[in-house]
Design a binder for this molecule. Sequence first.
Ligand SMILES: [Zn+2]
Length: 246
Amino acid sequence: MRTLSLVGMVMVAGAAFGAETPDAVKVHDGGPQTNDATWECTSGHQVRKQRITLGSSARKYTFLVSGCQDPSHEGKHPCAEGNFGMPDPISGNWYWGGFFRVFVNDTDATICDVKDLRVIEQDTRGEFQILWSHPEAEVGLRLMLLPGGNHVLADLVWKPTPGATVQSVRVELTCYPSFFTAARNRTGERHCQTPRADQVEPTTLELQPEQDTYLYYYDAVFDMPRARGTDHAQPSWRPRALRAGT
Ligand SMILES: [Zn+2]
């Protein structure tokens, strides 16, 4: 089994979750819900969605699992904005509709069957896991929030299917730092900062893994603490992402 830790995925302010004690971590599983497809897929198809929220005394983060259930997709579950998103604390930053994809042998695991989606821990720590059944590997993601935590810890694992060979695994993350600038015809100044460099859009930052031990995305024009950033409205436009390194 191979693993990859994605540390510190979240860095922006969110509303306090109202935990009963300062150190408790609350977890809420909204359970599966189904709606008629509008923007998500073809009209007449049914889309399944499930929200799970992790909340500390400092922050609240909601994750959204989406996918069309129509059998015409032959075991895949497309969704126009992606299959794994983060609607809270705001719709931007790690994108509410879909910010996380895992490609095994160049095909997306997060569009495959969800084999398991459940809460692992709450109170002492908040944690849930999701497992996707990719044909060549079972892919698992665990997300954890610690007491008082202002960021989410992530652990990604994959286990090759018996008889299959995993040639490559690639993670794709999508973020809109603080604001949907292009979609709202506004000009920002997006940056990606690492311990080694601070690169501004639209150039591509070529990562040096040994030195670029974290990536920090921000916009020098739009910034939530300065009251210049996105609101909570979920947009109807299609994403034009600033791609993270993979
Ligand atoms: Zn569909």
